[in-house]
Ligand binder design. Structure first.
Ligand code: NAG
Ligand code: NAG
Ligand code: NAG
Length: 275
């Protein structure tokens, strides 16, 4: 009796009932010894459900794999090396710890050296990118910006806005409103927000009491976790070989004819590149 109760609590109660009937008839012969038509119907339903579950599971796994494959389909993949590093370390390392200065700017300029890179049409096809009207450069290639460098460029712009007391007098007037205006800064903040949320870091940061004074001012953030990072040098080496620098590339004419407002003459000027 106890056994039957356990069985009737299974996933498919109706089938369990049939089993129970069969059991009493055949003295404990199990599971596969099902009765005739009602049990056959149950079995069919069970198999249909099972095959639906299998199909849905395989489909979900396949889609996840597709998404993963697409995320992995990047140009520098083969060039990248990875390393284990502390999640983050304090205090700020040289040269990033410097006050705004020519030396700090030189460090940022060097970091951003390969901001704009040369990408071939075949590579864009491989990445599944639409090439229609995309900004082209000489030799039929395209202008590309590596994601990480775009976000670093944004971070550097925000850094300059924060230290505007230092940078204002050093910034040409025409950049004042564009690169360092609120519009571009908001674009930068949101780009960084998106990439941080997309590649959500799930490491845990704790706080250590460092002061005998037990108020919250007496604690410092700590992270002892080690994380897997891209070895920056490997990415930087890859990007530098494709760096578009003044003098070693030129823009292809834009695809649209420009008609000046009070001038009927059509021009086909070279476009101005991104900063
Ligand atoms: C490619 O881009 C062009 C221009 O924006 C657009 O008209 C076209 O629909 C796009 N093609 C695909 C497949 O998305
Ligand atoms: C452009 O020139 C820089 C040096 O100024 C070089 O490192 C880079 O490889 C060159 N890029 C291309 C695509 O020729
Ligand atoms: C073209 O526009 C500029 C200002 O936008 C004006 O100074 C100039 O006189 C105009 N030329 C003609 C031919 O209308």
């Amino acid at each position: 009796m106890k056994k039957s109760n356990e069985e009737s609590q299974g996933l498919l109660p109706r089938e369990a009932e049939n089993l129970r009937l069969n059991k009493s008839r055949h003295h404990g012969r199990r599971r596969f010894d099902l009765g005739l038509s009602p049990s056959f119907a149950s079995l069919s339903i069970f198999l249909m459900l099972l095959s639906t579950i299998v199909v849905v599971t395989v489909d979900i796994a396949y889609r996840a794999q597709l998404l993963h494959d697409r995320a992995m389909r990047t140009l520098p993949t083969d060039a990248l090396r990875f390393e284990e590093r502390p999640e983050w370390s304090q205090p700020i390392q040289h040269p990033w710890s410097l006050e705004p200065s020519d030396e700090l700017d030189a460090a940022w300029d060097d970091l951003l050296y390969p901001l704009n890179i040369r990408v071939t049409g075949d590579e864009l096809d491989m990445l599944g990118q639409n090439k229609t009207n995309r900004l082209q450069i000489n030799r039929g290639d395209y202008l590309g910006v590596l994601g990480a460098l775009h976000y670093l460029h944004c971070l550097n712009n925000i850094r300059k806005v924060i230290h505007w007391d230092y940078y204002e007098s050093r910034t040409p007037d025409d950049l004042w409103k564009t690169a360092f205006g609120k519009g571009h800064s908001d674009h930068c903040i949101d780009s960084i927000r998106q990439t941080l949320m997309c590649r959500a870091n799930t490491q845990i940061i704790t706080a250590e009491w460092v002061d005998y004074d037990n108020d919250l001012g007496g604690r410092e953030a700590r992270s002892d976790t080690v994380t897997t990072c891209v070895n920056w040098e490997s990415l930087d080496n890859w990007a530098r070989q494709r760096a578009l620098r003044k003098g070693n590339f030129s823009y292809r004419p834009r695809p649209f004819k420009i008609t000046k407002t009070n001038d009927t003459e059509e021009t086909n000027e070279e476009p101005k590149g991104p900063e």
